[in-house]
Design a protein around this ligand. Structure first.
Ligand code: NAP
Ligand code: GCO
Length: 264
């Protein structure tokens, strides 16, 4: 029988106090994993603690900015000492800054690259030694439509997520021989706090133009929800995907396959 169970596994999901990270953590917990998560603000950590309590999940939270290598190393060492070797890393923590490139300060561009690309590098680098020692590991990087496509105002985010696709392939290449699989999940447009500005109702109650645009660009004719990512995450975290490596699994309702609905 195909093994989707995560019983006995330890999963670190970064940025998992709410949104996509929380949904993925919930799915991994339901498959049997012990959940550890982090975020960079105390208020978010408190929010996450309440969320996991409501879900009946015994998750351990850390205040840790994924761009701070010393902090990440300290967090991983504490997890390994108090919970166990990290079997599954989901690099979910991420930010976006929607600014026309010519108006974007270099420091803003750098911050997005720092969180969305350097952060996953730092976290993967921290967990790989333990995975090598254990003889197995799963790294899942949360990529994006912007790993494949560009659009106005998201130059830094697209550069980061495009880089994250190639970092995924490189980790797969460099560590496959140690039975470590590194894959990506590329969500389409998902209804979370990060995309809330793109879905805000207009003053007259009509849909935000971008909302209508995405629905026309999505064969499923809807925004995704964090729940849509649960199954793909469990698959890539489990033994069922042991021969899948360096792949980005797009969970986008078909956006990347579709030219878009002809306007009426
Ligand atoms: P979100 O609602 O904005 O949540 C982001 C999470 O990351 C928060 O918990 C945040 O907590 C944490 N975070 C941000 N910076 C951090 C840092 N430096 N260190 C540690 N944690 C940090 O985002 P989301 O929509 O759930 O998206 C989650 C991931 O999916 C992101 O990588 C995003 O790029 C990607 N994604 C989203 C969509 C979408 O349509 N929503 C689609 C494709 C990909 P703190 O602020 O407290 O740190
Ligand atoms: C945007 C959105 C997207 C989504 C996601 C799509 O402004 O275009 O925020 O980037 O977050 O990455 O896959």
């Amino acid at each position: 029988m195909v093994n989707f169970s995560l019983e006995g596994k330890v999963a670190l999901v970064t940025g998992a106090a709410y949104g996509i990270g929380l949904a993925i953590a919930q799915a991994l917990a339901e498959a049997g994993a012990k959940i550890v998560y982090n975020c960079s603000r105390q208020s978010t950590l408190d929010r996450g603690a309440e969320a996991y309590k409501q879900l009946g999940i015994d998750a351990k939270g850390y205040l840790c900015d994924v761009t701070d290598e010393a902090d990440v190393k300290k967090m991983v060492a504490d997890i390994e000492a108090t919970v166990g070797t990290i079997d599954i890393l989901v690099n979910n923590a991420g930010i976006i800054k929607r600014i026309p490139m010519e108006e974007m300060e270099a420091e803003d561009f750098r911050r997005v690259i720092d969180v969305d690309l350097i952060g996953p590098f730092i976290c993967a680098k921290a967990v790989i030694p333990g995975m090598k020692k254990k003889g197995a590991g799963k790294i899942i990087n949360i990529c994006s439509m912007m790993s494949e496509l560009g659009r106005e105002t998201v130059s830094a985010y697209a550069a980061a997520k495009g880089g994250l696709k190639m970092l995924t392939r490189n980790i797969a290449s460099e560590y496959g021989e140690f039975n470590i699989q590194c894959n990506g999940i590329g969500p389409g447009y998902i209804a979370t706090e990060q995309t809330a500005p793109l879905r805000e109702r207009q003053a007259d109650g009509s849909r935000h133009p971008f909302d209508s645009f995405i629905i026309a660009k999505t064969p499923a004719a809807r925004w995704g929800t964090p729940d849509d990512l649960k199954g793909p995450a469990v698959f890539l975290a489990s033994e069922a995907s042991d021969f899948v490596n360096g792949h980005v699994l797009y969970v986008d309702g078909g956006i990347l396959a579709y030219i878009g609905k002809q306007p009426k």
